[in-house]
Structures are given as structure tokens and as C-alpha cells.
Write a protein that binds this ligand. Structure first.
Ligand SMILES: NC(=O)c1ccc[n+]([C@@H]2O[C@H](COP(=O)([O-])OP(=O)(O)OC[C@H]3O[C@@H](n4cnc5c(N)ncnc54)[C@H](O)[C@@H]3O)[C@@H](O)[C@H]2O)c1
Ligand SMILES: [Zn+2]
Length: 340
């Protein structure tokens, strides 16, 4: 049985990471990061080898996994060597998958540096890579020994990457309820350091609570997929080189709220309020330049499908999510055409 409560959640400055690792009994570690962070982060504190993957979603691949396996072999990694992912969701998912599988498991540490990673991907133990036929199709549940949070790292995050992370923050607020949503609407931007810290804490708590209640996604954890069925199909149809994950989720949320009006009678003002937030963060609120038929194969391979039936997360209102088996491709196509 996977024990998600065994992950240590701790906070501090990145430069304190080595002493934090030692305090957990780690004597040797390797870091995985990406080509942007290699240049942008201050690594002066670091004393360990850093394995660098090219920045971007295309690195979440089996080819990159194999390259990392080879590098671990060269470094003579054994089961007492920890793997430390310092980066966004791409590095976290990829390095996490490598840690889960190399020598049948190396201790894993997540040091999330992007907003997506701090509020979402570093938490809950889902690791994996994409296939050309679909996103996140290969992976595992593999909880990190340590998730080390330093919200000051977000200072160097480019604005458009911050905006992408806001798509997951908006998703968490919709799942949490009206008070969380209003807090986001009333945010005064640009955020100060303490405000940024509060936003991250509040958003990641939504995920932590859901994962604690349902670690293996047998029930309410599926709600975290709000907006994601369509988002993943768009990312795949664009061959992971069109919209990034947050952009696809932003539009996916709008489609989910439109479907929620049709199926659950959600009040239409929620979609309008979402569109205002998407515009505020320069996230897409209209569909991309794709035909609906380009999505269908990917929709059919969505991990939530059961017996060939799509399962869509919809909301009656913020805080009231359900997984619905009654959203057909025709419903979705209708909404797709409307949101042009
Ligand atoms: N495992 C999960 O539960 C889960 C949840 C949500 C998303 N994800 C996955 O996460 C991925 C998206 O994550 P992402 O948006 O972090 O993408 P990413 O890892 O590609 O990071 C986005 C960009 O920001 C840069 N960056 C990251 N931190 C930075 C910093 N502090 N300063 C400057 N630049 C920085 C990166 O180098 C990269 O170019 C997707 O593959 C998605 O499927 C996984
Ligand atoms: Zn996501």
C-alpha cells in the first residue's frame, strides 16, 4: 500500500536543501533540472552532480527517461542515492518517473520551482511521461520522501509561466468553493512576496486535502481533473508544442463550466467570471485552431474513461464537483463549436 502521508512537507530557502536532505538521512544525491533553470537559478550552494534535460514538455518522454537511466548508470547510482527534482512539472514528473523505476525505486525529492509545480504537480505522487498517442499515459504513483517549498523561487518565473500556473490555481478555487474564488477575484496584482506565498499555500492545501482523502484516485481525487479531459486532448493534438499545460487547462475549465450549465444547471455568471480571470492572466478563453475531429482519438484514450465512456468532471457550483458519465462527444463538440 502506498503511504502518501510519509512525504515530508517542508519549507525553506533552496540553499538550505543539503542540510535538509542530510537531516532526513540522505548521504548522496543527484539533481535533475532543466536547461532554463541551469542558467536562471543560483546553484552556488550545490555540491552534487546536476543532470540537465532540455526545458519543455517534449522532455516528458520515454527517450529522455532512457537518457537519464544511462546517466544514473554512469554515476553508479545505487538504491541509497536520492534523486532530487529541481524544476517545474516537467522535471518533477520525469525525474519522479525515473526515480520510481530505476533499480525499482530511488528515494525522490521534489523541489518545485514553477507555480504549477508548487501548487499542484509536486504534490500527490503522480509521476510519468507522455506518449505521442496521449499525455501522461505512462506513469506511476510514487510519493516523494520530501517536498521542499521555497516560494521565493517564483521571483524569476516568467510572467507567462506564472499565468499558466494560475489556471491550476483557478481550478483549485473552483473545487474549493466560493470564498476561495472571491479571494482570487479580489487579489491586488502584482503580488508582494507574502501575498504570493499565501496564494500558493491556499491553493496547494486544496490538493493536499483531496489527495489525503483519496490517494489512489478511487473517488474524489478525480475531481482534480476538472478541465483536464479536454486540456490533455488539446495538448496531445498539438503534439505538445502548441498551448502549454496551463493554457490548455484554462480553456478546458471554460468548456467544463459551459458543460456544467447544460448538465448540472450551473449559474452562467460563473463562466463569465472565469472568462474575466482567464483574460486577466492572458489565458485562452476561445478554442484553438483545431478541428474537433482532431481531438476524438485522444479523448477516447483519456485515463478516466470507463467502458469506452468519457467521464467528465463538472460543477453544480464552486465546491460541488461530480464526475459525470453522461457527457457524450456530441455535447462536447457542440460546446467546442460555441466557444470559437
Ligand atoms: N503530476 C501531477 O500531478 C501534475 C499536476 C499538474 C501538472 N503536471 C504536469 O506539469 C507539467 C507542467 O508544469 P510546468 O508548467 O511547471 O512546466 P515546466 O516544467 O515546463 O516549466 C515551465 C517553464 O518554466 C521554467 N521555470 C520553472 N521554474 C522557474 C523559475 N523559478 N524561474 C524561471 N523559470 C522557471 C522552466 O524551465 C520551463 O521553461 C505538465 O507536463 C503537466 O502535465 C503534473
Ligand atoms: Zn494540470
Amino acid at each position: 500500500m502506498i503511504d502518501f502521508t510519509s512525504s515530508v512537507l517542508s519549507q525553506g530557502e533552496l540553499s538550505q536543501l543539503p542540510s535538509q536532505l542530510r537531516s532526513l538521512g540522505c548521504k548522496r544525491w543527484l539533481i535533475v533540472s532543466d536547461s532554463n533553470l541551469e542558467r536562471r537559478l543560483d546553484w552556488s550552494w550545490n555540491e552534487s552532480p546536476v543532470l540537465i534535460v532540455p526545458a519543455g514538455e517534449a522532455s516528458k518522454s520515454l527517450a529522455q527517461t532512457e537518457k537519464l537511466y544511462a546517466e544514473l548508470s554512469e554515476h553508479r547510482v545505487d538504491r541509497a542515492t536520492w534523486l532530487v527534482a529541481v524544476g517545474g512539472g516537467v522535471v518533477g514528473d520525469l525525474a519522479g518517473f525515473v526515480a520510481a523505476t530505476y533499480l525499482r525505486g530511488l528515494p525522490l525529492v521534489q523541489v518545485p520551482t514553477s507555480l504549477v509545480a508548487q501548487v499542484d504537480s509536486s504534490l500527490g505522487g503522480k509521476v510519468g511521461v507522455d506518449l505521442p498517442t496521449g499525455k501522461n499515459l505512462v506513469g506511476s504513483f510514487y510519493p516523494a520522501r520530501l517536498v521542499y517549498l521555497d516560494t521565493d523561487l517564483l521571483e524569476t518565473l516568467p510572467q507567462h509561466e506564472w499565468n499558466s500556473g494560475m489556471a491550476e490555481v483557478l481550478k483549485h478555487a473552483l473545487l474549493d468553493g466560493e470564498a476561495h474564488w472571491q479571494y482570487l477575484e479580489q487579489l491586488d496584482t502584482p503580488l508582494s512576496g507574502p501575498d504570493r506565498h499565501q496564494l500558493v499555500q491556499r491553493s496547494r492545501q486544496v490538493k493536499l486535502d483531496v489527495v489525503a482523502a483519496d490517494p489512489l484516485e478511487q473517488g474524489i481525487r478525480a475531481h482534480l481533473n476538472l478541465g483536464h479531459t479536454l486540456a490533455h486532448a488539446i495538448e496531445s493534438a498539438q503534439n505538445y508544442s502548441g498551448w502549454n499545460h496551463g493554457q490548455a487547462v484554462g480553456f478546458g475549465l471554460r468548456a467544463a463550466l459551459r458543460l456544467s450549465q447544460l448538465k448540472l444547471g450551473m449559474a452562467p455568471h460563473w463562466e463569465d467570471r472565469l472568462v474575466s480571470q482567464l483574460q486577466r492572466y492572458q489565458l485562452p478563453w476561445r478554442r484553438p485552431d483545431l478541428e474537433f475531429s482532431q481531438l476524438t482519438d485522444f479523448l477516447h484514450r483519456d485515463k478516466k474513461n470507463q467502458h469506452g465512456q468519457l467521464r467528465f468532471v463538472l460543477l453544480a457550483a464552486p465546491g460541488q464537483a461530480e464526475v459525470r458519465p453522461d457527457v457524450g462527444l456530441a455535447d462536447l463538440e457542440c460546446v467546442w463549436e460555441e466557444l470559437s
